[in-house]
Ligand binder design. Structure first.
Ligand code: TEU
Ligand code: CA
Length: 555
């Protein structure tokens, strides 16, 4: 296998709006990110993925870009950005931007031009189509609810939006559009960023005949996933994108890919794949219901363990996944994947251990390193997220009571992970001196970074040690390139795997039962490299307490 510069790195996602506010407007900003770089360096982070900071009306939190070449004034200036980039380089860190090119904002000049002249050149930057039988061209549903087609005012045309109506899809069959996007991508790479996290990228290929699909909801509409699963040829776009941009800069790319065909993995992340890597969402998709998340059931340990092991079986012979437990779209991992009795600092450390030492590039999401949790709200008005509002009203329309619908939001809303970073116990968790755009989780007086920094036993210090262990010269190669083999698979609620190469064999084992469990090692003795409970080197039998995780070097 050809070695790549990013293979042995540890990454961290920053959701800038909620990270750190420095100018007292209640919104995180680039100077806030700069102010925390030393902290991230201490934590062991190499790669920073910045969620979108481009100019945007923020209908979907910056995933609706109105100018790809500008920094949103909410976040700062291009000078701030350049300084951030320089400061990361100074610390041998790598800055990765979010690339949102399936769609742009309806405020983008291209779309404004298209609206002004619906039969002109700019209309062809988007999918403008005639309606059918007095309705939209077909029955696709937007990911945020309702038809994926919106009327173009003053015409019998509609435009396609797989997400919000303020996020019109870009026409990738138009070479001019594609060229504009390549130019933009190269402009950022020329600036010296290290790569991109690529948003909703599989969506760029449509069946442009726009046929109807079998309805899969009571609204008579069909999910966009149906189209994506039936259409071929996205690879041609992705290959060209890579050749014309990333490849020339040895840039790192991580794809956000849902609804991929199972046999496409090698094409996506194999040796010469379209992307360096892509996120493993196998455990997250378990939490999605049939019609979004309002109708989903909680996921069990056995379910997500199986999914994760299966993901490794599929991906390990091919390439590297990027591993996450949460992100800005997914609720907090501790609240989602841990049984209730494990939702504490011990459980947070356990989940971190299991996740960070997997094969693949680990991404931490801001606040994960202190075990931040989901956040209960008292009314739907307290939520900001566009998809949460859609799911809430869907839940009500299905007969759920407002209380039940709110309980679903508390479990699955995207805002769970978007509450401000909890820096300290001061007002608004030390995130801002003003009223924050989204209220912090009320648990911040107890759960915050300052408190944990003072406590050598905290989740934070454990994460720091975990990342250091993964990167330590003695073990790094094994954790990066070594094989991943599930063990004790039949032991219910025990998650264990070996990381092994010609040099050594390391066992990662975690017990999510209420009771202790004894396991017989495949070796005579074992040396403790890390544990979330006091542990000493052992003989052939190890005993794991409830919620204990250990990392053992087998001898
Ligand atoms: O998410 C993409 C997204 O929402 C879908 O892929 C969805 O998760 C999937 O259909 C579930 O089956 C990205 C961003 O991460 C998100 O924040 C944005 O809202 C979205 O794209 C639109 O840009
Ligand atoms: Ca600010």
């Amino acid at each position: 296998m050809q070695k790549k510069w990013w293979h042995d790195k540890v990454a961290y996602q920053i959701y800038p709006k909620s990270f750190m506010d420095t100018n007292g407007d209640g919104i995180g900003d680039l100077r806030g990110v700069i102010s925390k770089l030393d902290y991230l360096k201490w934590l062991g982070i190499d790669v920073i993925w910045l969620s979108p900071v481009y100019q945007s009306p923020f209908v979907d939190q910056g995933y609706d870009i109105s100018d790809y070449y500008k920094i949103s004034e909410v976040f700062g200036t291009m000078e701030d950005f350049d300084e951030l980039l320089a400061e990361t380089k100074k610390r041998n860190m790598y800055l990765v931007m979010d690339l949102v090119i399936n769609h742009c904002s309806d405020q983008h000049q291209w779309f404004q031009n298209a609206l002004a002249d619906p039969y002109g050149e700019y209309a062809d930057y988007f999918y403008f189509r005639k309606g059918k039988n007095g309705g939209p061209p077909n029955n696709l549903r937007s990911n945020f609810g309702g038809s994926a087609w919106e009327p173009v005012p003053g015409t019998d045309l509609y435009y396609l939006h797989l997400f919000a109506k303020e996020q019109p899809d870009l026409n990738w069959t138009n070479p001019t559009v594609v060229q504009e996007l390549y130019t933009m991508v190269n402009w950022w790479l020329e600036k010296g960023i290290s790569g991109f996290r690529i948003d909703a990228i599989i969506n760029i290929k449509k069946d442009t005949n726009f046929p109807d699909y079998p309805a899969d909801g009571e609204d008579g509409l069909a999910s966009a996933a149906q189209m994506l699963r039936s259409v071929n040829g996205v690879g041609t776009y992705l290959e060209d994108l890579k050749h014309q941009t990333f490849e020339k800069y040895d840039a790192f790319t991580v794809g956000e890919v849902f609804d991929m065909k199972p046999d496409e993995l090698a094409e996506f992340i194999g040796e010469n794949g379209h992307f360096s890597t892509m996120f493993d969402f196998s455990q997250h998709v378990l939490t999605y219901g049939k019609h979004g998340w309002y109708d989903a059931e909680p996921v069990t340990v056995e379910q997500w363990k199986k999914a994760v092991f299966q993901a490794h079986r599929e991906a390990d012979p091919i390439g590297f996944y990027s591993t996450i437990i949460e992100n800005h779209d997914e609720p907090r991992g501790c609240s989602t994947y841990l049984p209730e009795y494990a939702q504490n600092s011990l459980g947070a450390k356990l989940l971190g251990t299991v996740s960070i030492l997997r094969r693949g590039l680990p991404f931490l999401y801001q606040g994960q390193e202190i075990g931040m949790t989901n956040c209960q709200r008292n009314s739907i008005e307290e939520y900001d997220d566009i998809s949460t509002r859609d799911q809430y009203s869907l839940a009500l329309s299905q007969g759920l009571s407002p209380e039940d619908a709110l309980a679903r939001c508390a479990r699955y809303s995207r805002d769970n992970a978007r509450t401000p970073m909890q820096w300290n116990g001061g007002s608004n968790a030390g995130f801002t001196t003003a009223t924050p755009w989204l209220a912090p989780n009320p648990n911040y007086p107890q759960l915050n970074l300052d408190v944990q920094m003072e406590d050598p036993d905290s989740v934070l210090h454990y994460y720091q040690k975990l990342v250091a262990l993964r990167k330590s010269p003695d073990y790094c190669k094994t954790f990066v390139y070594g094989s991943f083999q599930p063990v004790f698979e039949k032991e219910k609620d025990v998650i264990a795997y070996l990381r092994q190469d010609e040099k050594q064999c390391i066992l990662v084992a975690a017990n999510l039962r209420k009771d202790a469990v004894s396991l017989e090692l495949p070796s005579e003795t074992a040396q403790v490299l890390l544990s979330n409970l006091p542990a000493s080197d052992s003989g052939k039998i190890i005993c794991l307490q409830s919620c204990q995780a250990v990392v053992l070097k087998l001898k």
